[in-house]
Design a protein around this ligand. Structure first.
Ligand code: NAG
Ligand code: NAG
Ligand code: NAG
Ligand code: NAG
Ligand code: NAG
Length: 323
């Protein structure tokens, strides 16, 4: 019997080029791997590649067993890392074989998923499907993690096999791990699977922040000279559809004031990691006494909300005596 198996296996090796697929799993969790589906196949057999030993069907208490085109590890053990061959048998006695590489990762403090992620990235509107969960019939999601931290909060909606993030932003990008349980014959096993999520959002606002000037700053000036007041605000990631940075004088927008001494200019740019900034410069050609009584307020606004910083002008110390 063993010899017969061996011969089939060898002939397969000689006649068919092998493709290889890798499966990463955590130590002590359930793992099922699949041989590719072939409509004309009559049966599938599984082997340890190194030893050519056939892996039998499930028996009482077996930890590793084959079940048609599936190979089960209930649960995985560190020494299961290695290569497995599945052989598809066709009715005309021909076969085709595939190499499956299994990597079992030991638990490490602070590491909650294997560094090699085999599941495709999810990019888009916020739905992250739990990878592989469909392979386990009696699965129930226990917890979702982002970058190893449990996910909580009203922005997350948990479906049976997925999690939905409301209005995904750049900060939501990261590694998402679903942890679920699989129950077989009364035994409960943990399974975890991780994938990268990249928010499909073209832009995402950040709470607007005025980087300068500081609120309540007092700027020393000389009468009759020119002054440029520059305000810079951080508004989000990538170009924002609503991005306003502007100066008000005593709560009136500069553009609504007909003061020929005031000129305002704005420009925007993207900095490190696509952070989007906007700057507004109020240029005063000649400082007059009334400017010393005015509030100059920089207003920064985006889709989220608005923020402001007010500065006032004061005469330089040496001029005070001259007043
Ligand atoms: C498993 O198969 C891969 C690809 O065929 C090969 O590179 C690797 O050396 C094999 N590993 C072992 C332990 O035989
Ligand atoms: C397949 O192999 C069996 C046993 O060796 C043989 O009886 C049968 O005729 C073969 N069938 C084909 C289609 O070659
Ligand atoms: C998935 O996202 C990571 C991180 O951004 C990236 O390095 C990798 O190339 C992406 N993979 C695919 C298939 O898009
Ligand atoms: C499954 O994971 C949970 C939470 O991490 C843990 O408390 C439990 O002991 C694990 N169960 C098994 C069978 O490993
Ligand atoms: C300027 O702001 C201060 C503090 O908010 C306020 O007390 C004052 O009345 C403002 N002055 C004018 C001219 O609006």
């Amino acid at each position: 019997m063993m010899v017969y198996v061996h011969l089939i296996f060898l002939s397969t090796f000689l006649s068919v080029s092998m493709t290889s697929e890798t499966f990463d799993a955590m130590e002590g969790e359930a793992l099922v791997i699949k041989c590719p589906r072939w409509s004309s196949s009559v049966k599938v057999t599984w082997y340890h590649t190194d030893t050519n030993e056939m892996i039998p069907a499930e028996e009482e208490g077996s930890r590793i067993f084959s079940l048609d085109r599936f190979l089960w590890f209930l649960p995985t053990s560190r020494e299961d890392s290695g290569n497995y061959t599945c052989v598809i048998h066709f009715s005309n006695n021909r076969t085709r074989s595939f190499n499956m590489n299994v990597q079992v990762h030991p638990y490490k403090q602070g590491v909650c998923f294997p560094s090699r992620i085999r599941y495709p990235n999810d990019t888009g509107r916020g739905k992250i499907v739990c990878p592989t969960i469909d392979n386990y019939k009696t699965a129930a999601i226990i917890q979702w993690y982002k970058d190893c931290k449990p996910l909580h909060g009203q922005r997350y909606f948990k479906g049976e096999k997925y999690i939905y993030i409301k209005d995904p932003r750049k900060e939501d990008d990261g590694y998402y791990t679903c942890q679920f349980t699989y129950t077989r014959k009364g035994n409960v096993f943990n399974v975890s699977a991780t994938r990268i999520f990249i928010s499909g959002a073209k832009h995402s606002p950040l709470s607007p922040r005025i980087l300068f000037p500081k609120d309540k700053d007092v700027i020393e000036v000389e009468l009759g000279t020119a002054l440029s007041l520059k305000c810079q605000a951080r508004l989000g990631i990538k170009k924002q559809p609503l991005a306003v940075v502007t100066w008000d004088v005593d709560n009136i927008p500069v553009k609504d004031l007909s003061v020929s001494r005031y000129h305002e200019k704005a420009h925007s740019f993207e900095g490190h990691e696509q952070v989007y900034y906007k700057e507004a410069t109020l240029h005063i050609t000649e400082i007059k006494k009334e400017d010393l009584q005015a509030n100059f307020t920089c207003v920064a606004l985006n889709e989220m909300h608005n923020t402001r910083a007010t500065v006032t002008l004061r005469l330089k110390a040496q001029y005070e005596g001259l007043q």
